[in-house]
Write a protein that binds this ligand. Structure first.
Ligand code: CMC
Length: 380
């Protein structure tokens, strides 16, 4: 009998869809959105333009960008009934659970929640993307005992979020730093949460279900939840000098260092390179240089110890320091990833809907056959 072919564990290397959105070369550390290197976008674009690019697979004209930005801003304010529910949630709820629940709740206030033609799915995606900042910021305000703040549609996506969160307009530097984080996290091939969104929409379910499922996938510590794990680690290391012993101890115990390693990148994630510069600058500006230095020391030790195995910083490593310097609480880090990635998930579900076939892989059964049914009183 010939041996059954090996199943690539975790579907590593399996091509499960085509996309025109992002391209990754994990050996060379290249990430492009629609062919444009990520470093070009983080240097010159903004989040709104990046979303347009991902959804239309081309850069907008000035008039198109203005029109798209107006459309997004017009949807900043979620239905009042949804915002009212936020003030009924347990104050100790975790923001990722809140975001997941509220995206699901938005479906109840849509008169055509199941409309799945590409135009309707795009409208729903836009509404969910535009609503996410008000949901996350106002949940954080509510748990701090602060009154909710209405979105300000004269502000960009990034500015508006920081404005609602903090009750005052962000400085230009903070707004730009946050905008760059949004650009860098927007899309990344067929990562686990994007695959989840595509699998759900392929049943011709609905946009709300697909994006709710994607948020659930992202929060895992092996995926987007790693940025919170990085911050926990940095907090657990008392000083820059203690970083090396901390890492060595973890490696000896075969523990994972959060923010390192990637299924696709076998060199430094290009987003980590951009976020490192941002983290360094923000750390200097906000008196957090020790935090940056700790991160940098960890990176040096990891390169020396496991660089040969292709384990390098991923997007989550320096985003932790960046978000901390922007003033975000630890449990808001992963919701920030989700707020941006809603753009990528939506683009992927639109691609899936435009050429859909149900995802339905198969499984190899490896259990016994023809077993007797043993009555309950004869079971041991
Ligand atoms: N620290 C120490 N060793 C590691 C790490 C790490 N962070 N990541 C992988 N390894 C080792 C692992 O122990 C294994 O070693 P060995 O072959 O000796 O047993 C080898 O590298 C391969 O690991 P794997 O688990 O088979 O690799 P994977 O492709 O399944 O895992 C990963 C990818 C991201 C889950 C993993 O690198 C990891 O757990 N990293 C920490 C969590 C993290 O930072 N996640 C964020 C990923 S990037 C953002 C995103 O996509 O959400």
């Amino acid at each position: 009998m010939t041996a059954a072919p090996a199943i690539p564990k975790g579907l590593e290397g399996v091509v499960a869809a085509e996309t025109e959105m992002s391209f990754i070369n994990g050996q060379k550390g290249i990430l492009e959105y629609v062919g444009i290197p990520i470093g070009e976008l983080s240097a010159h674009s903004n989040f709104e333009e990046t979303v347009f690019l991902l959804w239309n697979r081309r850069l907008p004209s000035k008039a198109e960008l203005d029109s798209f930005t107006r459309e997004l801003r017009g949807q900043y304010d979620p239905p009042a009934a949804v915002m009212q529910r936020i003030s009924e949630l347990p104050k100790d709820a975790q923001p990722m659970h809140v975001l997941r629940t509220m995206i699901s709740l938005l479906a109840l206030y849509d008169t055509t929640p199941n409309a799945n033609d590409v135009a309707s799915a795009r409208e729903k995606s836009l509404k969910i993307l535009a609503s996410a900042p008000a949901i996350v910021a106002n949940f954080d305000r509510y748990r701090r005992g602060e009154a909710p703040i209405k979105p300000d549609d004269s502000l960009s996506f990034a500015e508006n979020f920081l404005y609602m969160l903090n009750g005052k307009r962000p400085t230009a530097t903070m707004a730009r730093a946050f905008d760059v984080c949004m650009i860098l996290h927007a899309d990344h091939g067929l990562n686990n949460s994007t695959f989840t969104a595509r699998v759900i929409i392929s049943t011709l379910s609905d946009v709300y279900s697909a994006l709710t499922g994607a948020v659930g996938s992202l929060r895992g510590p092996l995926h987007g939840g790693a940025n919170e794990g990085v911050m926990d680690m940095l907090n657990a290391i008392p000083s820059v000098d203690a970083a090396e012993a901390f890492v060595m101890d973890k490696l000896v115990r075969k523990d994972r260092i959060m923010g390192f390693g990637h299924r696709v990148y076998k060199t430094k994630d290009p987003r980590a390179t951009d976020l490192q510069s941002l983290a360094k600058q923000l750390a200097e500006d906000t008196g957090n240089t020790a935090l940056y230095e700790k991160s940098h020391r960890i990176e040096q030790v990891m390169e020396r110890e496991v660089g040969a195995k292709g384990i390098y910083p991923n997007v989550d490593f320096y985003s932790a320091t960046t978000y901390h310097c922007i003033g975000l609480k630890l449990d808001l880090f992963t919701p920030m990833f989700a707020m941006s990635r809603l753009a990528g998930w939506s683009g992927h579900l639109l691609e899936q809907l435009s050429d859909n076939r149900l995802y339905r892989p198969t499984v190899r059964y490896v259990g016994p056959h023809n077993q007797p049914y043993t009555p309950m009183d004869q079971r041991s």
